[in-house]
Design a protein around this ligand. Sequence first.
Ligand SMILES: N[C@@H](CCC(=O)N[C@@H](CS)C(=O)NCC(=O)O)C(=O)O
Length: 228
Amino acid sequence: MASVPFTLYTHAGPGPNPVKVAIALEHLGLVYNTIPLAFGEGKGTVKDPEYTSNVNPNGRVPALIDHDNGDFTVFESGTILRYLADKYDPSGKLGGTTVEERAEVNQWLAWQISGLGPYQGQLIWFLAFHEQAHGEKPGASVMARYQNEVERLRAVLEMHLASGTRDHVALGRLTIADFALLPWLKASAMVGPALKSFGEYPAIDAYVRRLDALLEVQAAYKKAVPAV
Ligand SMILES: N[C@@H](CCC(=O)N[C@@H](CS)C(=O)NCC(=O)O)C(=O)O
């Protein structure tokens, strides 16, 4: 048995994907070390050949190594969350106890990973990094495309939470889908006035506050996200 059973590769900055996994590890009471990687290329980055050859061929974080399972290595945050729930939560509370429950959790996981994450992530890129990289501002129609899609997705979530007076996004209880959503909703702060404030989405606002108050969430942020 390894002395610390899990190694979690995180971002040396505020990237929202690795902390999802830290929240799950904290919630399950699993002990882990973090290895923060920088963006870019070279030693100690997400594109370091040592990392892409041995851990994540996609050159992104998070990735997780489960040392007590023969150093089983897994990347993609949604898949890591699913792995942890399936393997370490036999009650099924976090990931669903039936095929139908698992589908309900997975649909919101997929919604975050394929929708909110990429659109909001690219919006952050266009706002904060594009001009520096390309020497010109992105066109207004490009910005509008990303802003409108993020707002559309937020309106979908708002309606879902508000219409069922739901405290959680799936199954009426805390699941790995909440762990995936929270960091992306919190990361809206990086976009500033380019997106509406959560004052305009009261159900999302309450949802974020509720999850943020969990001790496991606070511990995960402390350990997996550097203070800025
Ligand atoms: N779909 C991936 C996205 C991972 C991702 O994009 N992570 C960011 C940090 S939050 C990253 O590693 N970016 C590095 C880069 O863009 O070079 C997941 O959910 O794990």
